[in-house]
Each structure stands twice: as structure tokens, then as C-alpha cells.
Design a protein around this ligand. Structure first.
Ligand code: FUC
Length: 792
């Protein structure tokens, strides 16, 4: 019998849940940005603006998500396959160092890989500058405030200079697809400025009629053009004042108000970027500013307001964000900061990807440089996947679709790579991903030889189905999963030392181990992560084929091979072994914790199925330690949430939110720090907070599985669960008081009976669609029906 103190009442409601009203989701600064990581990210899934808010000189960093150098290339090395047998022979004879040496000579991509040339990189679009002239240039500046309203997707800068109050508003319109900046003042004729545009290379700025434009072409290989044309234009609408077009700039004098419109495009998706961009600009020019802003926010809120989260605030919650982050170091009772971080993660996802475009890259879509860190690419041994971790659970399911399209785009080049390197059917990709279809191993086998990246990506296809139960979607992506499975079905090879089918050669990203000789080696056969991912891929492909009633022969083949994969094993310290042999790690604190893939994002390791592995996972994390790169700490929030240790997960949030400085953590504008800035930590942290509040990976829904003491009272609304449901929860003094569940799809939902809830009363209800068995509540709902369970 579980809990007897309180009785439980059951209320049924058959209405569609409305949108949740946004709270005051904001952060602010009291000074202009001094570094890019203090500027404010705005984006509409395609273009981005990052205003710095300078009083004398405003800088706005411009981005367009498709702006890539490089080009399509054939990087598959045709000689590689002839060395595969020998590489495997060496591995199976324990000569991993020799296998690795041979791979450096034979089993890499053609060309420079990510080291330059045709691989390319994501690049900054340019900078927009506004140089201001004030009626009284010597007047003092006071009351300065720079703010991002996360709930409205609008940034503002305001200050007084002398006796004049100035106000700037900025947004990237979700409807009209242009950047918009409005400048006002509380005195007439107070606004004078010069607009200029600039880029660090490969650009022309010129006046075209009443527009200032920037255009150019990027490079294919560092020298010649790659055919990637970009075009941006700026136009100003004034109330009062005079405008001059001179010397590649727009000069505004003595205006009462100015609205600056910025359009940007490349020819990656549009054959004529100039026509596309100018259409947007001309359209926006005709529109009323207030209406544009209202419609922009309404479209954004259609995503954002689906979810709400309330956690306890304290006095620090009202501090400027840089000081708030500093205060959190010694006082983490500002739990509202975690709620803000969560909603900011959702904000960044909505702002950096959209249907019909690309998934967020390592920068999201915000980059001030030409040479972005790690090329601003798609790293596929966790980073891109982590970017999408919040998509399903935080009710932004359609934002998973750009990733799905990206995965589909890898199939064709990946088939060539599968054939060339492994003589296998199906498709494969390794760690590196760009917008040109790169699927080859990287230039450096120690980190670039892992070949389960595509299989890991396939998890997102299955998860999208799990959350939506959209069978049409499943049918559309099944060929992709099937192709990935076919690759492993062909490529797996028996390890003669133990009879298991293993991936070989491979690595455990991006760690290495020490051989008895003292040598550091990365290459191995059958890393734990690979075994877990392949097992999961086969299982998901089998389930998909069964659901779709197809490919019975393949189902049999995958089941047989799945049974021969190596199980996850426990090593000499009680830890989960990272490799099939219990090698000493070269770096016991390594940022990747790949051997825990099965704990998160996978679901192989759970309390019910594998209690010993849960214990071993804890030991693994203790040995690894907490502090690491931003994304690694974000991953650990998810791990500890799955291990149901809310306080430890919250400690990791605390570590993740430490001001970056020279170390790791979070920059003042809440961007995650690897360092340098890398957006995956934001998304992983957002997903981790959701995972602390709600889980549905183990075949049932569990509310508040890892609630830290600091989140004693609160509520969330609108999170999603596997099985096609939307849920909300309210809790007080650490105990759940009310939950709601709405079915998006008809299903029988299973809920873990919350601790302290009285099962007798639920069982006593006459409802035909609620049943209590042991510690689970079973609820059958038709699509759009909802139910409320409440303690009285
Ligand atoms: C992975 C990580 C690095 C970095 C890079 C972009 O390879 O190991 O730390 O995050 O991606």
C-alpha cells in the first residue's frame, strides 16, 4: 500500500488545453556589451541579429544559417577498404596501436577533412554599425538598461543622455523574415546616426538607390569562389529628419524616429538570394511597425507559450543577468534562474532552426567570426544530437524536422562512404558533418573514426515517432533507419576472442586508453557506446518494421544479430566499462561519457531493467567528476536525472551556470561555454531540467523523478511524454499535488503512482478508463481527451 494519509480525487476534463500564458521571462544588463558573449541573441530560425547596445556606436552582428564556405566534395578514400581486413586482424590480436598507426596511413578521408579546404565552415554574415551623434554630445548617460524579453523575442536598449531618453527595440521577424530595429527618443529631432555595413572578408558594400547593401561570394577551398552567394540590404524608414546616401553609408539627421530593416539571404536554398531578400525587404517596408512586432511575437509565442515552468525565486532573481549568475555561485536558491535557463534553451531552439531550413549548428546560428570554432559545423558524436534533446519533451516537436531532413540528406553520400570504406550496404556517417553532405571518416582517426554517428542520429527519428505516434512520419523515415541498420548488419564482424559481433575499427568518442606499453591509443573494436547504439538502432528498426508491417526477413536478421552484440559490462572499479576490455582511461575525467549512452539519451540502463548497471553508472560518474566543458556538464544533468538524484543534478546545473570567465560554464548572455561558446550546453541543460521534472523513457510516465530540495514548490505546464501525451504538474513541499494529462494520440498511458498518493481511492473510482495495478496508474484516453488527477 502506498501512502494512506491523503485521499485522491479524480477529475475528468474533455477540453483541449489552451496555450499557457507567458511569465515574465527576461534578462537584462546595466551596461552595453563589451564582448560578443554579452550581446543579445535574436533569431527567427533563419537569420540572426546580436545587438551590443553601445550608446555612441551600436554594433549588430548579422547571421544567416546557410552561409557556409566549402563545397560538395568526394572525400571517400577509395584505397581504404583494402586495409580493413588488416586493421581488424591487428585489433583482434590485441595490436591496437599498430591498427591505429595503419589507420592514420590508410583509413582517413581524402583531402584535409575538417582541417580546411572544401569542408568549409559556417561564417558570420557581417556587422551592422550605427554611429550616433547626440544633440549634446558631452551629456552624461544614465539609467542604462539592455534587455531580452525571452517570452516576446524582442530586445531593447534604453538610456538617458542628458535630459533625453532613448529607446531601441530589435527583433528578427518570424512572419516577415527581416531584422527590425526601431530607434525612438522622447524629444523631437534627437536621433542622428550613420549606418554602415562591414564583413571581415569577401564582401562589397555599396549603395543601391536608397539601400545600403552587402554582397559577395565565399570560398570553396580557401582560394577560389564556391558559388555560395550572399546578399543583404538595409533600408531606413524615418519620422521627421533628413536622410543622405553618401560614401557607402546612410546618414540620418535629426529624426524623431527611425525603423531600420535588414534582409539577408544566400543561394543555398534560394537560387536568387538578391530577389528573395529584396522581396522580404520591400514587403516589410510597407508594413506598420507595431503590427509587425505584434505578429512576430504572436508567431513566436505559438511555440514558446506551449510550456511554462515556475520554480522558487529569491532576491537575486531581480539582478542584472551577469550579477545574477555571479550570485548563483554562492547561493543557488535562485531556482528561478534554472527556470529562465530552461526557457532560454527553448527560446534559442525556436530562434535557431525552423522547418524547411537547417538544424542548429555548434553556434546555433550566431557567430561573429569568419573562422568559427570547430568550423561551426555539425559534430555528430553528441553535439548536434544534444542540440535537439529539448525538442520533443519541451513541446517543440516540429523543430526536430530540420534535423530529420539533414539526416535524410546524409543517406546518399553515406551509401558511398559505406561502400568505399566497409564494402557494406546501407549508409554511414562519422563524426564530422557539414552542409555539403560530408560523411567520410575525419582526417584524424583518434577522434574521427567512430562510425555510429548516423545510428545515433536515427534515434531522433524514432523518438519523434515515440512522442507523436505519427505513423506517416515513421513510414517516411523508416528507409533511413533501415539503411543505417543494413550498414551495421553488413559491417559488424565477429571478434574471435569472444564471439561477439562488433564494430571495428572504432573509438569511444574522444577518449583514449593506455596500453601496457604506456602508449595512448584510441582505436578499438566494439566500444561500449557503439554496442549500445547498434543494439538500440536494431531494436528501433525492428519495432518500426513491425509497426509498419514490413520487412519480416530483415526483422529476423536484425534480431539474430542483436542477440550477438556485446552486453554493457562492469569493470574493476565497479564502473561501466568504456571499452570491451577494462583498459585504464588516459583521461579519467574525460568530457565524453559515451559508455553511459544507454543511460541517456538511450534507455538501456533503467532502475527496473538493470539496477546493477544503474549503480555502475553512478560509479562511472563519480570517477569522471562533475566539472568539464559546458556540454559535458549539461549531459551529466541528464544522467543524474535518470539516476533520480535531483540534488546532484542541481549541483551540475550550478556548475553549468558558473560565469565562464576563463573557465567553463555560462557567458553573461547565457550562451554555454565549452569554452569558447558552443550552444549544445544550452540545449543539453534545457533538456536536463525537463528530465528532472518528467521522464517517460522506461515505458511509463514519472512525475518529478529528480526533484532537488531547492525546487520545493513549483509547477510546469505543457511538457510532452512518449506515447503522444501532454502533461502538467503542480507540487508543494516536494510532493506532487496535481497532474494533468492530455492525449494528443489515442493511447493507454501508464503513470508511476506518485509517492504519498493513496492508491485505494483511485482504484475505487468507477471510471472505465482508469485502472490502478501495483504502483502504476493506467489511463486509456482518446485523442484530445484529458484527465486531471489531484490530491485533496
Ligand atoms: C566534440 C567534443 C569537443 C567539442 C567538439 C565541437 O568533438 O569532444 O569537446 O565540443 O565536439
Amino acid at each position: 500500500m502506498i501512502g494512506i494519509k491523503n485521499s485522491l480525487s479524480l477529475a475528468l476534463a474533455f477540453f483541449a488545453f489552451g496555450l499557457v500564458q507567458a511569465s515574465d521571462w527576461k534578462y537584462f544588463f546595466e551596461t552595453p556589451a563589451k564582448i560578443w558573449e554579452e550581446s543579445i541573441p535574436l533569431g527567427n530560425g533563419r537569420i540572426g541579429l546580436m545587438p551590443w547596445g553601445g550608446v555612441e556606436k551600436e554594433r549588430v552582428v548579422l547571421n544567416e544559417i546557410t552561409l557556409w564556405s566549402g563545397q560538395k566534395q568526394d572525400a571517400d578514400n577509395p584505397d581504404a577498404y583494402q586495409h580493413l581486413t588488416e586493421i581488424r586482424r591487428l585489433l583482434f590480436h590485441g595490436k591496437n596501436d599498430e591498427a591505429q598507426d595503419l589507420m592514420y596511413k590508410t583509413f582517413t578521408c581524402k583531402g584535409k577533412g575538417s582541417g580546411g579546404g572544401e569542408y568549409g565552415n559556417y561564417q558570420n554574415f557581417g556587422n551592422l554599425y550605427l554611429d550616433f551623434r547626440y544633440p549634446d554630445s558631452s551629456a552624461k548617460v544614465s539609467n542604462y538598461r539592455r534587455e531580452l524579453n525571452i517570452g516576446k523575442a524582442v530586445a531593447t536598449t534604453s538610456f538617458q543622455k542628458g535630459n533625453i531618453t532613448y529607446y531601441r527595440e530589435y527583433f528578427t521577424s518570424f512572419i516577415n523574415d527581416v531584422g527590425v530595429i526601431k530607434l525612438t527618443a522622447d524629444k523631437k529631432k534627437a536621433i542622428s546616426f550613420v549606418i554602415s555595413l562591414q564583413r571581415d572578408e569577401r564582401y562589397t558594400v555599396e549603395l543601391e538607390g536608397k539601400m545600403l547593401v552587402i554582397h559577395g561570394q565565399l570560398s570553396a577551398d580557401g582560394i577560389s569562389d564556391n558559388g555560395m552567394k550572399y546578399y543583404g540590404a538595409v533600408k531606413v524608414k524615418l519620422k521627421g529628419g533628413r536622410i543622405l546616401f553618401h560614401n557607402n553609408s546612410i546618414i540620418v539627421n535629426d529624426a524623431n524616429e527611425a525603423v531600420i530593416l535588414v534582409c539577408m539571404a544566400t543561394n543555398y536554398l534560394n537560387p536568387d538570394p538578391k530577389a528573395f531578400a529584396l522581396d522580404l525587404l520591400n514587403n516589410a517596408e510597407r508594413l506598420n511597425y507595431s503590427k509587425m512586432k505584434k505578429e512576430h511575437t504572436a508567431k513566436f509565442d505559438a511555440f514558446f507559450n506551449r510550456v511554462n515552468l515556475s520554480l522558487p525565486a529569491n532576491a537575486n532573481s531581480n539582478l542584472p543577468i551577469n550579477k545574477r549568475l555571479e550570485a548563483f555561485v554562492s547561493d543557488s536558491t535562485d531556482a528561478d534562474l534554472a527556470a529562465l535557463y530552461f526557457q532560454n534553451g527553448r527560446y534559442l531552439l525556436i530562434s535557431s532552426t525552423r522547418e524547411g531550413s537547417l538544424p542548429p549548428n555548434l553556434q546555433g546560428l550566431w557567430a561573429p567570426q569568419i573562422n568559427t570554432p570547430w568550423n561551426g559545423d555539425y559534430h555528430l558524436n553528441i553535439n548536434l544530437q544534444m542540440n535537439l534533446w529539448p525538442a520533443e519533451v519541451t513541446n517543440l516537436s516540429e523543430l526536430q524536422l530540420p534535423l530529420v531532413e539533414y539526416v535524410k540528406s546524409l543517406v546518399k553520400p553515406g551509401e558511398n562512404t559505406a561502400k568505399t570504406y566497409y564494402n557494406s550496404h546501407g549508409w554511414v556517417t562519422h563524426i564530422l558533418g557539414n552542409v555539403w553532405g560530408f560523411t567520410s571518416p575525419s582526417e584524424d582517426p583518434s577522434w574521427g573514426a567512430t562510425n555510429t554517428a548516423g545510428a545515433w542520429l536515427c534515434q531522433h527519428l524514432w523518438e519523434h515517432y515515440q512522442f507523436t505516434l505519427d505513423k506517416k512520419f515513421l513510414a517516411s523515415v523508416y528507409p533511413v533507419m533501415k539503411g543505417a541498420s543494413q550498414f551495421f548488419s553488413d559491417m559488424l564482424v565477429e571478434d574471435p576472442r569472444n564471439g561477439y559481433l562488433v564494430t571495428a575499427p572504432t573509438t569511444s568518442p574522444e577518449n583514449s586508453y593506455l596500453l601496457p606499453s604506456g602508449r595512448n591509443v584510441s582505436i578499438c573494436a566494439g566500444s561500449t557506446m557503439d554496442n549500445q547504439i547498434v543494439c538500440e538502432l536494431f531494436s528501433n528498426t525492428i519495432s518500426s518494421a513491425e509497426l509498419l508491417g514490413t520487412d519480416s526477413a530483415l526483422i529476423g536478421e536484425l534480431k539474430a544479430k542483436r542477440a550477438r552484440l556485446a552486453p554493457t559490462s562492469i569493470g574493476k572499479y565497479g564502473q561501466i566499462m568504456e571499452w570491451m576490455e577494462d583498459y585504464p582511461e588516459s583521461d579519467v575525467h574525460h568530457r565524453h561519457v559515451s559508455q553511459l549512452y544507454g543511460l541517456y539519451p538511450g534507455n538501456e540502463i533503467t532502475c527496473e531493467k538493470t539496477p546493477e548497471l544503474m549503480e555502475a553508472a553512478k560509479t562511472t560518474l563519480e570517477r569522471r567528476g562533475d566539472e568539464s566543458t559546458g556540454w559535458s556538464m549539461a549531459w551529466k544533468i541528464n544522467f543524474w536525472a535518470r539516476l533520480k538524484d535531483g540534488n546532484r543534478a542541481y549541483k551540475l546545473i550550478h556548475d553549468l551556470l558558473k560565469p565562464a570567465g576563463n573557465n567553463r560554464g555560462t557567458y553573461p548572455n547565457l550562451f554555454s561555454a565549452h569554452p569558447p561558446m558552443q550552444i549544445d550546453g544550452n540545449f543539453g541543460g534545457c533538456a536536463g531540467i525537463a528530465e528532472m521534472l518528467l521522464q517517460s523513457h522506461a515505458g511509463y510516465i514519472e512525475f518529478l523523478p529528480a526533484l532537488p530540495d531547492a525546487w520545493e514548490t513549483g509547477h510546469f505546464e505543457g511538457l510532452k511524454v512518449r506515447g503522444g501525451g501532454e502533461v502538467s504538474a503542480w507540487w508543494e513541499q516536494g510532493s506532487l499535488t496535481k497532474i494533468t494529462l492530455k492525449a494528443d494520440a489515442s493511447n493507454r498511458f501508464v503513470i508511476q503512482l506518485p509517492p504519498k498518493w493513496n492508491s485505494d481511492k483511485i482504484a475505487g473510482t468507477k471510471s472505465s478508463f482508469v485502472e490502478i495495478l501495483d504502483d502504476k496508474i493506467y489511463i486509456t484516453l482518446q485523442a484530445n481527451q484529458s484527465i486531471t488527477l489531484q490530491q485533496q
